[in-house]
Design a protein around this ligand. Structure first.
Ligand SMILES: Nc1ncnc2c1ncn2[C@@H]1O[C@H](COP(=O)(O)OP(=O)(O)OP(=O)(O)O)[C@@H](O)[C@H]1O
Length: 272
């Protein structure tokens, strides 16, 4: 299912854009048998409209915890979150999340799984016609036309993840939070999904905050790569990736920045 890629707006255009998500001094702790564990602290982050920001870091540095807190799936212990300048306190209808596990309802069809996302409380009630057109649109966006009546067990891993993406896109999120959405897929399917995501971003100017373990994925998709360090989880450094997209054939041009980030990643991983 490969697609060609529409071109993205120039980096300077995106840089002028206003902040969609603002994170200020965010902290999250978990209570455990051995005391309190600080998953992350002092997180300051801005994600501008239309920007793709990739969060990279060693296992356990708090990437998923940070994403889940921004998504409103758990509360922060300290700090503030704003969407479009307004306080973001709980799950917001315009903030969509996709996880590594597509989490589809096995007894429902592709179309029903997407509809389920639209019947969640936070989405304003839609007429039957609007509901149907949102489902059709989302299925087309992820290239699953013809599979509307299929059940999850009839889909490949990549197709199931397309349904998960469609379920979120149908809610028309302003901010898309992705937690390693492609990491369980084989390399070819992952490339296919990265292409699909690039197309969606290009066509809809979607703003994305994405957790990934994969530096090459971050370099392929990100306008910025943010490196987190652990104990406690914190932002260590960040880099703007100015190279125009698509970047599938730009390994040479990205070699220097790749090496720099790899070195920084090795340094944070080596620290106790
Ligand atoms: N619900 C929870 N209860 C207690 N501790 C938790 C919980 N969720 C995460 N943690 C701990 O918080 C720290 C950060 O975990 P988190 O999953 O956010 O890191 P991560 O960078 O996403 O890791 P990975 O890349 O391996 O998914 C870890 O030490 C983890 O054990």
């Amino acid at each position: 299912m490969s697609e060609s890629i529409a071109s993205l707006p120039d980096a300077p255009l995106r840089e002028q854009a206003v902040s969609l998500l603002t994170v200020r001094q965010l902290q999250k702790q978990y209570a455990g048998r051995q005391g309190t564990l600080t998953a992350f602290e002092g997180i300051d982050l801005e994600v501008r409209l239309g920007e793709v920001v990739c969060l990279l870091g060693a296992s356990g540095c708090g990437k998923s915890s940070l994403l889940a807190t921004i998504a409103g799936l758990q509360s922060a212990d300290r700090g503030e979150l704003y969407l479009n300048g307004n306080p973001l306190r709980r799950s917001h209808p315009r903030v969509g999340v996709v996880f590594q596990d597509p989490c589809l309802l096995p007894w429902q069809t592709v179309a029903q799984n997407i509809a389920w996302g639209l019947t969640l409380k936070q989405v304003p009630s839609l007429s039957r016609t609007e509901l149907r057109s949102r489902i059709t649109e989302a299925i087309a966006q992820v290239g699953l036309q013809g599979f509307e009546r299929s059940y999850p067990h009839q889909l490949s891993g990549g197709m199931a993840q397309r349904v998960a993406l469609a379920r979120t896109l149908a809610r028309r999120p302003q901010l898309l939070l992705l937690d390693e959405p492609f990491s369980a897929l084989d390399a070819i399917t992952r490339l296919d999904m990265q292409t699909l995501l690039l197309n969606i971003i290009a066509q809809q100017q979607t703003t994305v905050l994405m957790v990934t373990h994969d530096l090459d994925e971050a370099l392929l998709l990100g306008d910025r790569v943010v490196l987190m360090a652990r104990r406690p989880g914190r932002i260590e450094r960040e880099w703007a990736i100015a190279q125009p997209k698509p970047r599938f054939q730009q390994a040479h041009a990205l070699a220097d920045i790749r090496f720099t980030i790899l070195e920084a990643l090795a340094t944070v991983m080596a620290s106790p």
